[in-house]
Design a protein around this ligand. Sequence first.
Ligand SMILES: [Fe+2]
Ligand SMILES: [Fe+2]
Length: 180
Amino acid sequence: MNPQLQELHRDHVNLAHVLHLLESLLGEVRAGEHIDLNALSEIVDYVQAYPDLIHHRREDVIFSVYLEHGTGRNELVDRLMAEHVLLLKKTQEIREHIEQWCNDSPVPRERVVAIIADYLQMQWDHLNLEESSVFDLLDQELEPDDWVRIEAAMPAATDPLFGKMMRQRFEHIFDRLVAA
Ligand SMILES: [Fe+2]
Ligand SMILES: [Fe+2]
């Protein structure tokens, strides 16, 4: 597989770890345990800093070049690009909810569960659709010239949670990921 796609696949594996962590936080909320708003907030920070901002922009560069070919699966690629915009908005909404929950006492538990469960479903559906339907397609249909253009247009940044430069603001979720 093309190295750019391999890198995006690694991002998916990393994001899947964070989504599993979010699922375990959701399980704690459902069980009536303390809601770890620090960890929740760091997960949202991470998704906004890397998957929403960089990973999706990288995919958009590749998807845009694919769309220029005008071949069969444009509808699917258009849908994924629209989901990038929607996910950006949904992550921001979660951030606003967390800020509200930090000021609420007590936090409305059913609402927390509903919001996080919806968000998780959307993230998993998006990630699984790319993994199952699109990466192989891009690998087969894009030409060497396309990849040269893609590489020139790629935003450069490393994953702040899984890269070498660990950011202090992710310390809660990093500890939990290591423990898991
Ligand atoms: Fe995506
Ligand atoms: Fe992706």
